[in-house]
Design a protein around this ligand. Structure first.
Ligand code: TMP
Ligand code: MG
Length: 298
């Protein structure tokens, strides 16, 4: 099949139904970029999974590996990661089975972080000294959305304060970006005392979306959605969108590729296998905003 977007022929791209992808893309392009909104996960979707053979940190890992955490606590957080991450990506367990275990992981991790009396004024330094890495092509992604006034919702089960700092330091925290995430609550002396509001974990993004009807109400003139995620839990991030017309779901499959490929192909329209770049989402965006020519000559 010949695509209008040549990047869809990249070796990392897998699709169960290329014709459906083509149809959705054409319908979205016809509607125009003023009907588009983008909803993206953060960890391992906008950030890299690995760099030079080494795993890159999630928002939580940025804190866990930092000087703000005692060695004893680091050990406990690592134990949690070693216990629960394999469950997160285990394709033999259902989401229903994983859900209470994910709540357990997030709750235990947040309780440990609160015990560390983390100072708000040190977060920027911790992020600067970390190995956090946005995916290649992130400038084009964020800047293009901003230039075209397309709203970007970053919907993350990570830590909002850390995530914001990562994109601020990268110079891409533009005015069109909104974040739903777990935010830290500090006492009057700037020490972490709790996490605010309802916990967002990897499998309750639907509930998080439905709590934020105001945001989706504001965007009701944008019924076309580009969704980016790396977990099957990310598929519900757009459940709050009102009067949706089209949705194109792009999923990064970073880990346990063989076991998980079929389930990703069944639920994401485009699956990017071990692709550390935003090349394909960027090409899709350029197509949807009629900028293919600029893209091909730049
Ligand atoms: P995301 O919704 O932005 O992808 O963030 C969720 C990721 O955070 C998920 O892949 C698991 C990861 N995580 C950690 O790395 N450490 C932790 O302590 C917790 C609770 C989650
Ligand atoms: Mg993720």
């Amino acid at each position: 099949m010949s695509f209008k977007i040549p990047e869809l022929n990249n070796p990392s791209v897998c699709m169960r139904d290329p014709q459906r992808v083509q149809d959705i893309l054409m319908s979205m392009q016809k509607s125009g970029s003023n009907t588009l909104q983008v909803i993206s996960d953060f960890d391992m979707t906008l950030t890299r999974f690995a760099y030079e053979g080494k795993r890159c940190p999630t928002c939580h890992n940025i804190l866990d590996n930092s000087k703000l955490i005692s060695n004893d606590c680091k050990e406990k957080l690592k134990e949690l990661l070693n216990t629960y991450y394999p469950i997160e990506i285990d394709s033999s367990r259902s989401i229903e089975e994983k859900l209470p275990l994910m709540v357990e992981w997030w709750t235990k991790a947040h309780d440990l972080l609160v015990e560390q009396r983390i100072r708000k004024d040190l977060l920027a330094t911790v992020v600067r000294e970390s190995e956090a890495r946005l995916r290649e092509g992130f400038q084009l992604f964020f800047n293009h959305l901003h230039e075209h006034s397309i709203p970007l919702l970053i919907f993350s089960a990570g830590i909002g304060d850390i995530l914001e700092e990562v994109i601020r330091q990268a110079g891409v925290f533009h005015s069109n970006v909104k974040v739903f995430s777990n935010y830290m609550d500090f006492d009057e002396s700037g020490v972490l005392k709790a996490f605010k509001g309802e916990l967002i974990h990897i499998y309750n993004k639907r509930e998080g979306a439905l709590l934020n009807t105001g945001h989706f109400q504001e965007l009701r003139t944008r019924p076309n959605v580009l969704l980016l995620g790396d977990s099957l839990g990310d598929l519900t991030m757009a459940d709050g969108v009102q009067d949706m017309e089209n949705i194109l779901k792009i999923g990064f499959l970073n880990d346990k590729v063989e076991e998980r490929k079929q389930s990703y192909l069944d639920s994401y329209d485009i699956v990017l296998v071990k692709d550390e770049t935003l090349e394909v989402p960027n090409a899709v965006l350029l197509y949807l905003t009629d900028c293919c020519l600029i893209y091909s000559i730049s």
